[in-house]
Design a protein around this ligand. Structure first.
Ligand code: SF4
Length: 658
């Protein structure tokens, strides 16, 4: 024989919350013998109500029955606002255990009726939850149990097409009933806005019950005869499985039928406590064992229930199934007697992300226990804190492996900045922010930089990052690659970076090389600035390199031909050239024909008249014309004559003729 148990059997989130609230209040007030009251039975289960009574939790039908000053719990169904007023007037201390899902309906109907819309509540008018919801409607409201009831109102002209309607549902009704009502309204041209407020846990429970009932020979629905959601489960199961039994107490168990069944399905209503489910399973187990059958599955289920009674400890990592998601929180069934709540703040979201975009009912989710009991008695979970652990692991791993991570600079602090990697914040000291000295950090704010992790202390939530280390490493790699790529005699691109008396430093790709003054020009220059300027891009030749010392000698003049190399193709004897006087000596003047190519005008070749000193006729920098008299390529000498370019005086000519 096989036993299948429907998912989400037993106490739902809202019921667990209300029962925990009662148990805790009873425990707190145990010593002062103060009675705790509940306004109506806390749940639709007599056994649980009796158990609570033994612990000092008394059920009242009317608030007036409670002595002034006593604690009264509002159960998960919620109540109308007037009940709160009444309680206050009677001097009672009210503890609101209204299920958050029901509270959401209260807010919704209040908002909708404030907008002037007529409310339609699909549910049972006599159910306390519906009475409570109705109390929050400030305008006209109709309660219908099904499509037929609405049809009746429509026929009688009470629901008419002139009005605008907002439709909500009792949390425990069947989904198809709600859809039928909405469908009817749409078909009849009624203007409406629908809000499917059926509780996700209820829907899930009904779905799971339906699935199991289809393939079971017998269905056992555990719960109370007055519990609306238990009756719905019964109805659903009965449709698919003729042998469906409602089990309120163990005496309802049809033991004589069990033997004849191959598969038995079990589902339990939201108000069925674990102890009853456990008792049913145990009794069946006993019966089957006595009848010689296997009991493994039942033992396994009992184990599950045992597990469920234990609460996870603070810091424990739990896995569970999402049972509801709203914009404010995620409710997770973590497999124990209380559900876990992950508030929105405890999930890492991007600026425009919503919880409902990222999570859905049925998702498996992992989170860390922050508190075993929050203010509402739930287990407070955090996904962020779990992620923080993972993020710290990533940070530590990055430090160990000497790897880099991306961190966003978020704030300026004394001595540096704060940069965040996911949920981990680290400090970057000023000295580690750049490869250059910087005190101006504003330009870094908001930027994402690559950092190395220098130090971590997860316990104290501290880490130290360095962006400089990354920059230096990149630089070193670049330099390494550069040295591997260059050779003596290569012509490379460079940029003039700095001048000295003896030359200029040129950046040739991350490394500075020295361009000595003597290697700048084939001609004579007094200082590098005569021919170069800062940031000027130039091509230079690598003359020598020493990788160990990191020194490179560069030449600029070597990138153009040496003037004497092709002198014969450029200048011939008899050519008249234009040049600049660059040096005056007693025996003549040196004329620069082009950089690195000077010619000598002998004193006798300066003028036709007698010249006592070249300085009497010429000055430095003067541009003159001169005739090439001789080119001696071996000695690298050029003889020039200025006078040959001048007109010969008449007396001189006559003398020449004679
Ligand atoms: S059935 Fe849903 S809405 Fe109702 S109390 Fe339980 S969790 Fe809350």
């Amino acid at each position: 024989m096989r036993i299948r148990v429907a998912r989400n059997s037993g106490f739902c989130f809202g019921v667990k919350r209300a029962v925990s609230c009662a148990e805790e209040l009873a425990l707190k007030n145990k010593d002062n013998h103060k009675k705790i009251f509940t306004y109506g039975p806390l749940i639709h289960n007599e056994t649980v109500v009796k158990e609570l009574e033994k612990k000092g939790v008394i059920c009242l039908e009317r608030l007036e029955e409670a002595p002034p000053g006593s604690c009264v719990i509002i159960r998960s169904h919620g109540v109308a606002p007037r009940v709160y007023d009444e309680g206050r007037k009677l001097g009672l201390e009210l503890f609101d255990a209204t299920c958050p899902f029901v509270k959401k309906i209260h807010d919704r109907v209040k908002e909708e009726s404030d907008r002037g819309r007529t409310l339609i509540i699909v549910g049972d008018e006599n159910h306390p939850e519906v009475r409570g919801i109705k109390g929050f409607c400030r305008g006209e409201v109709f309660v219908v149990n099904n499509k037929e009831e609405l049809e009746e109102l429509f026929k009688r002209g009470m629901v008419k097409s002139d009005d605008e309607y907002s439709v909500v549902a009792q949390t425990t009704i069947k989904t198809n009933v709600f859809h039928e009502v909405v469908e009817f309204m749409k078909l009849n041209g009624l203007r409406l806005q629908e809000f499917n407020t059926i509780c996700g846990a209820t829907e899930e429970r009904q779905k799971s019950c339906e699935e199991i009932s289809v393939c079971s020979d017998m269905m056992l629905i555990i719960g109370s005869r007055i519990s609306s959601n238990t009756l719905k489960l019964f109805e659903i199961a009965k449709k698919n499985c003729k042998k469906t039994f409602l089990i309120e107490t163990i005496s309802d168990l049809p033991l004589n039928e069990i033997e004849k069944c191959g598969t038995i399905g079990i589902a339990a209503g939201a108000s069925a406590p674990e102890c009853i489910i456990k008792e049913v399973i145990a009794t069946m187990s006993e019966f089957i064992t006595e009848n010689g059958q296997e009991q493994n599955e039942m033992s396994a289920y009992l184990d599950e229930i045992d597990k469920a009674t234990r609460l996870p400890g603070r810091g424990e990592i739990v896995t569970g199934e999402v049972i509801s998601v709203s914009e404010k929180e995620i409710v997770v069934n973590v497999g124990c007697k209380k559900d876990g709540i992950i508030p929105k703040d405890e999930v890492s979201l991007e600026a425009d992300q919503k919880l409902t975009d990222l999570f859905k009912v049925g998702d498996q989710i992992e989170a860390k226990v922050v508190k075993t009991k929050d203010d509402d008695g739930n287990i407070l979970l955090s996904k962020k804190k779990l992620e923080v652990n993972e993020h710290w692991n990533e940070v530590n791993a990055a430090m160990e492996e000497k790897e880099t991570i991306e961190a966003k600079i978020t704030a300026k602090v004394k001595g540096g900045v704060i940069a965040t990697f996911k949920e981990v914040s680290g400090f970057i000291p000023l000295s580690q922010l750049s490869d250059k000295f910087t005190e101006e950090v504003d330009e870094f704010l908001g930027k994402t930089v690559t950092v190395k992790v220098i130090q971590t202390n997860p316990k104290r939530n501290r880490a130290v990052f360095s962006h400089r280390a990354v920059l230096m490493e990149e630089k070193a790699k670049k330099i390494e690659a550069f040295w591997n790529s260059i050779n003596v005699d290569d012509i490379v691109d460079g940029v003039v970076k700095r001048f000295t008396d003896y030359g200029a430093f040129v950046d040739i790709g991350g490394v500075d090389g020295l361009l000595h003054i003597s290697e700048i020009s084939w001609g004579k220059i007094k200082k590098p600035q005569d021919v170069l300027e800062l940031e000027q891009p130039i091509k230079v030749k690598i003359l020598s390199m020493n990788r160990e010392k990191g020194k490179i000698s560069l030449g600029l003049k070597q990138t153009v031909p040496e003037p004497w190399d092709n002198i014969e193709s450029k200048y011939q004897i008899g050519d008249i050239i234009e040049g600049k006087v660059v040096q005056l000596k007693e025996y003549g003047a040196f004329i620069e024909i082009e950089p690195g190519l000077d010619g000598l005008v002998h004193i006798s070749e300066i003028a036709y008249k007698r010249v006592a000193s070249p300085a009497n006729e010429l000055e430095i920098g003067q541009i003159v014309n001169a005739k090439i008299l001789d080119i001696d390529t071996e000695k690298k000498r050029i003889s020039l004559s200025i006078k040959e370019t001048l007109e010969k005086p008449v007396a001189e000519e006559a003398a020449d003729e004679e």
